[in-house]
Design a protein around this ligand. Structure first.
Ligand SMILES: C[S@@+](CC[C@H](N)C(=O)[O-])C[C@H]1O[C@@H](n2cnc3c(N)ncnc32)[C@H](O)[C@@H]1O
Length: 417
């Protein structure tokens, strides 16, 4: 009997040992296959998200709940360390090392060239190498990764600054704020952002200065790597105009014009005629390079005032309405509706449409950010329908999903009166 138990234990442990080896082999094979499929995965956003979601599930299976809790508790360290490494020029130094004769750079060299304390460089770089943001070639020596190279574009560093200052500080105040209002914001005029920062989010953004510049810069890359809306929406069929003087698209609150510039290049490829108009507040549109002025008319415009372009083929609202309450959205939409020509003009709303169940984490977290920063929200299909109905005189014609977890184009037309 004793002999049998010993035999079974030995058997069991060798089976488990083989299974562990199996798991490591499968993980290595999955990594190699993903690397082989890299280009393919870039093209198929849905599959890429499905596969990375499966990886997250696997990590959750492998991690003990306490490991996951510890990751969560210490999670603020990584973005703070990265911002220091960006601000101090350490990441740029490492990225540049791959451009010269050297392929890596030491902590000592970084410290010397950026006048930083070498111990500080080593301590913060440990966080970045452990995370895989930077590659550690040997002890205290670093090389770039494709991820660290992304930050060569300052717009991504600005996104991180926006996150640390506007998201983190505001969200840190959220639990106390919601408790104070007994988890019910319906009848309160106070907003979380104003409670924490003393002024509203857009008061800060539109005052100019670093915060506005960083926010606008981040907005220019927020859809990088995603399929543009005009690759999905049938532009040629639905936005044709009869004369080059006709306005095809008015980008209302279009920021620095990044979307409209891309759209103007798309129109040129299709040999489409018509005018493009960019509208935003004066501080947002100042400093737009003049080379775009010939193809795009730039107008200072407050979208709470009457729309100046009458009878355009389409008015584009990208990531605008999710920043505002239903009442404000009705105001914005009414100003556009009054300028629309029935049976001709459309409003194209480029926003998330929240699914009724199994919401992806991008849409879910954006919704909470909108609540925290702007007392606003992402909306479900039903909520979009209710908002359009509340405005009156408008109807949703169709919804064009842009891709998994990637927002939609909601096409709105003016009803005949
Ligand atoms: C979230 S950003 C979206 C920018 C751009 N549509 C995009 O998707 O990248 C919101 C934009 O609304 C603009 N904005 C805020 N209040 C405005 C107002 N009252 N009138 C016009 N634009 C405004 C901001 O300057 C900013 O460019």
């Amino acid at each position: 009997m004793t002999f049998d138990v010993y035999f079974m234990r030995d058997d069991y442990s060798s089976i488990m040992k083989a299974k562990r080896q199996d798991l490591l082999r499968l993980l290595a094979a999955a990594k190699a296959t993903a690397a082989e499929l890299e280009d393919e995965l870039t093209l198929d956003a849905k599959f890429r998200l499905q596969a990375s979601e499966a990886c997250k599930q696997l990590t959750r299976t492998l991690q003990k709940p306490v490991d996951r809790a510890m990751d969560l508790v210490f999670q603020p360290v990584l973005p703070a360390a990265l911002q220091v490494a960006l601000d101090a020029g350490w990441v740029a130094h490492i990225n540049d090392s791959a451009n010269g004769h050297e392929t890596s750079v030491t902590a000592r060299q970084i410290a010397k060239d950026t006048s930083s304390d070498v111990e500080l460089v080593k301590r913060l770089m440990r966080v970045l190498t452990a995370d895989g943001t930077i590659h550690e070639t040997r002890s205290n020596e670093y090389a770039p990764t494709s991820f660290s190279k992304l930050f060569d574009n300052p717009a991504w560093a600005n996104g991180l600054r926006h996150s640390l200052r506007d998201f983190n500080i505001t969200l840190a105040g959220m639990p106390a704020f919601l408790a104070k209002h007994q988890y019910n914001l319906e009848n309160t005029q106070e907003t979380l952002y104003k409670h924490v920062h003393g002024a509203s989010f857009f008061e800060h953004v539109l005052a100019g200065g670093d915060m506005g510049a960083q926010f606008n810069s981040f907005m220019s890359v927020i859809r990088d790597g995603k399929k543009p809306w005009f690759d999905v929406y049938p532009v040629a069929e639905r936005l044709e105009v009869s004369s080059p003087a006709d306005a095809v698209l008015v980008d209302v609150g279009g920021g620095k014009g990044h979307d409209l510039i891309a759209f103007s290049q798309f129109m040129a490829r299709l040999q489409m005629q018509g005018k493009l108009v960019l509208q935003d507040q004066p501080s947002a549109i100042e400093g737009i390079p003049t080379e775009h002025a010939s193809s795009i008319e730039i107008q200072a415009h407050d979208f709470f005032t009457p729309q100046k372009v009458i009878g355009a083929r389409a008015y584009f609202l990208k990531h605008i309405l999710h920043n505002w309450s239903d009442e404000d959205c009705v105001d914005i939409l009414t100003r556009i509706r009054d300028a629309m020509k029935s049976g001709y003009s459309k409003i194209l709303i480029n926003e998330f449409v929240l699914p009724d169940e199994k919401c992806d984490s991008t849409s879910a977290t954006r919704d909470v950010v909108m609540m925290a920063l702007l007392d606003a929200k992402e909306r479900s299909r039903e909520q979009w329908g209710a908002l359009i109905e509340m405005t009156g005189g408008l109807a949703i014609d169709s919804v064009w999903p842009l891709g998994f977890g990637d927002g939609s184009i909601i096409e709105v037309t003016k009803e005949d009166v």
